[in-house]
Write a protein that binds this ligand. Structure first.
Ligand SMILES: Nc1ncnc2c1ncn2[C@@H]1O[C@H](COP(=O)(O)OP(=O)(O)OP(=O)(O)O)[C@@H](O)[C@H]1O
Ligand SMILES: [Mg+2]
Length: 239
């Protein structure tokens, strides 16, 4: 089976070389646990290997995200300018501000974002020969969609699109505090072929970051939680 490297060395190791090509992986966890960083590192790995990459950002505006990622040593803006990274900016429009992305064509109108978004994703994938996709995040998207049924329908269509074009994707969602569920809306984990959970845990009076591959269809993987750090250069697993 063909594998796609996530670019996070320790994660690729516990996955036995990477995620199966065409997987849709849910990156889930509480606030500030590193969900965006995990996903962006996966995207950067694709960019560094010349793959067409698509970022659907619903939460943070591209320029903010680029700034934060620069601190970790990744220049996403450069790849966007070179036309290798295509960005659907669904965050700026949320605040009614003009988008900073050069792909204005890919800026969804705030009215009926649901219909637009699926069409835009399909167009971006075809026009830029996209192989890797990051969507950050489902809860931010949900804010714009309204009804839970509409969100379910939208997610279903987005996932079908990703599958049709055999994209490997990381989709960010959130776990609710103090609950056993893996995702905010309870549908994301069923649509996904894999789930990676990140968390902050207190051990011996100190807070540490942990990562666990909860599921990954089509491959054996380590089920244990692994301690990791966010440093310049990205995420590093410590064991
Ligand atoms: N340059 C950096 N070096 C080390 N750690 C950093 C750096 N930048 C951010 N961090 C850490 O990473 C955390 C945020 O990571 P990230 O944005 O990936 O989390 P997230 O789960 O997406 O958060 P949110 O719930 O806000 O979307 C910060 O709270 C901080 O602790
Ligand atoms: Mg985030």
């Amino acid at each position: 089976m063909e594998r796609v490297k996530t670019g996070i060395e320790g994660l690729d190791r516990i996955l036995g070389g990477g995620v199966p090509r065409g997987s849709s992986v849910l990156v889930t966890g509480g606030t500030g646990t590193g969900k965006t960083t995990v996903s962006m590192q996966f995207l950067m790995e694709g960019l560094l290997n010349g793959e067409g990459c698509l970022l659907v950002t619903c939460e943070e505006e591209p320029h903010r995200l680029y700034m934060e990622m620069k601190q970790l040593g990744w220049d996403f803006e450069k790849f966007e300018k070179e036309g290798k990274l295509v960005v659907i900016d669904a965050a700026s429009t949320k605040a009614g501000m003009p988008t900073t992305t050069t792909y204005r064509d890919f800026q969804p109108k705030s009215a009926n974002i649901d219909m637009n978004l699926v069409v835009l994703i399909g167009r971006a994938i075809r026009e830029y020969n996209v192989k890797r996709v990051v969507l950050d995040s489902v809860p931010a998207l949900a804010l714009r969609v309204g009804k839970p049924e509409a969100l379910r329908e939208l997610l279903f269509r987005v996932y079908s699109m990703l599958e049709r074009f055999e994209c490997t994707s990381f989709v960010v969602t959130e776990t609710l505090e103090g609950e056993g569920s893996l995702s905010r809306y309870g549908v994301e984990e069923f649509l996904s072929s894999g789930v990676i959970k990140v968390s902050l845990q207190k051990e011996g009076g100190k807070w540490i970051r942990k990562m666990q591959v909860v599921k990954m269809r089509g491959t054996r993987h380590d089920l244990n939680e692994h301690v990791f750090e966010i440093t310049e250069g990205g995420i590093k697993l410590k064991d």
